[in-house]
Design a protein around this ligand. Sequence first.
Ligand code: PBG
Length: 319
Amino acid sequence: MNIRPRRLRRTPAIRDMVRETALSPKDFIAPLFVKHGQGIKDPIPSMPGQFQFSPDTVTEEVRELHSLSVPAVILFGLPDSKDPTGTRSFADDGVVQRAVSEIKEKVPEVLVFTDVCLCEYTDHGHCGILKEGEVDNDATLEVLALQAISHAKAGADFVAPSDMMDGRVAAIRWELDEAGFHKTGILSYAVKYSSGFYGPFREAADSAPQFGDRAGYQMDPANALEALKEASLDVDEGADMIMVKPALSYLDIIRRVRDQCVLPLAAYNVSGEYAMVKAAQERGWIDGNRVMMETLISIKRAGADLILTYFAKEAAALL
Ligand code: PBG
């Protein structure tokens, strides 16, 4: 007997029938950047096809995503001013809060996630409150909880803490419940590495640290067991979904977390991963659409249920 695996690859119909992983627009959460103003749609140079929006134009973008069957977006804010403790992050008239209410009013079918972190709102660009030159964990938790509550009040379906402080999921869950927001969910950036792949995002969100780096709170790329520890802590603290970030250099981590955890698992196909594909495509070195789809399917195959990706709109249009 001859074993001939190629029999199952012979025609498109056969390949379709035996394909193990399927990608759908329903898998995507589209990241969007918002700033104050009206009628704004400013291109982000290092992320071709991505923009900084105002609350009105972001709502139009969300409508378009909805028409392509993308069920969810995650919002990042560029505030009008910054200070040492990031007070604009929890203002009722803050830019994310305004954008959430406008989206929820005009396109209520789309799920709105909000990034909860201080780096876009602090003048020093770190993800928390500084004490003696270091990010103070417990002082930061209070501000994160205020931010989460203000997003919930504006109508966010899920808040997504990305700061990597210890205990923030429990703190946010507790404060949300105290304030009566027991329906608001938490997507925790449980496993977030200290990564060079965030470069273009920091330009897009104007959130680069003004000194030092984030290695004191984000994870060491060399560690995998620590990822399992972080994931199980966030499950115990009450996260509804968890995330691994970045995605592509961490497909092994996605798989290991998937195997250990029963919550829905998201992976963040981050800005640098997007920018590399776009840059190579612009030079004619790769077929951009093909690499985009191969990238997304690899993240799904590794075990992610949901993918946060700047490709959401383009990929959904092809699916
Ligand atoms: C922090 C945050 C970052 C990203 C999402 N949330 C940047 C960072 O930790 O420096 C990166 C996302 C991307 O690169 O696409 N608020």
